[in-house]
Design a protein around this ligand. Structure first.
Ligand SMILES: [Zn+2]
Length: 264
């Protein structure tokens, strides 16, 4: 068997995982875990788009995290090769949030991305929230739930008391969004998605409610998960214990400050 994954096989594996025509899907991926794919990241993007078809929507994080200026056309995302391929795809729409932008390709891309800079990265009304609560799916390829940003949407729905603590005190709380033609927007935030190192805690309850389908893409394990279930289960966990999704690393600024506050 060839070490290079042929494109047709990729298409079949995505379908076997449960991805279907018309699906709206948010994709987190480590292509290194998948192994070599014929055609590279562009072929992975093309396969995803072919499976969901023209009525579907493929969205990926193009997060930039701590940049003082953001140009949706020029500023590269820091969340992987597939996301960059989707960002460059003909017809792709990138949301204007300076730290937590997404790239969307397909039906309803512009509506999904609209106004992202006006809300916190994963707050209600953000693309991730719209996708998850509107029946979309989350696809994890070669990554676990520590990469599942939709869990942060659940933190906002649960209105946990630590959303004002930034991931790193040195990170900016505002940025300039460059709109081209010399136009720009100044935006600032007082609530943030934070640390995700403890997000694996949600997987057991998602499995218990049957919200996860497992499969394999190339050499990587993959999960296809109901976005709505992710948000709902995060809220259940956080209402029972507001520290449930905080990590225990004493060096983590966000989580250690949040724990201090909860213990008071
Ligand atoms: Zn942490």
């Amino acid at each position: 068997m060839s070490a290079v994954l042929p494109a047709g096989r990729l298409f079949d594996e995505l379908k076997a995982l449960g991805l279907a025509r018309g699906d709206r899907v948010f994709v987190h991926s480590s292509l290194r875990a998948v192994g070599q794919v014929a055609g590279g990241p562009d072929m992975v993007a093309k396969s995803l788009l072919s499976v969901v078809g023209p009525s579907g929507l493929v969205v990926a994080p193009t997060f930039t995290y701590d940049n003082p200026t953001f140009d949706p056309v020029r500023t590269e995302g820091r969340t992987g090769a597939l996301a960059e391929a989707l960002r460059a795809w003909p017809g792709a729409v990138r949301s204007l949030h300076p730290f937590y932008s997404v790239a969307a390709v397909g039906a309803g891309a512009a509506e999904l991305c609209e106004g992202h800079h006006l809300v916190a990265g994963t707050a209600p009304g953000s693309p991730l929230d719209r996708l998850a609560t509107g029946g979309g799916k989350v696809l994890l390829i070669g990554t676990g739930h520590t990469s599942n940003t939709t869990i942060h949407v659940g933190e906002f729905h649960a209105e946990v008391g630590y959303l004002d603590i930034p991931f790193d005190p040195g990170w900016p709380t505002g940025a300039t969004v460059e709109l081209g033609d010399g136009r720009s927007l100044e935006v600032s935030y007082d609530r943030f998605p934070g640390c995700s190192r403890a997000f694996g805690a949600i997987e057991r309850s998602l499995r218990q409610r049957g919200a996860i389908r497992d499969g394999q893409i190339g050499r990587a394990l993959a999960q296809l998960v109901s976005g709505r279930a992710i948000v709902e289960e995060a809220v259940v966990l956080l209402r029972a214990d507001e520290a449930a999704l905080l990590c225990t690393d004493p060096g983590c600024f966000r989580c250690s400050r949040a724990r201090e506050r909860l213990q008071r």
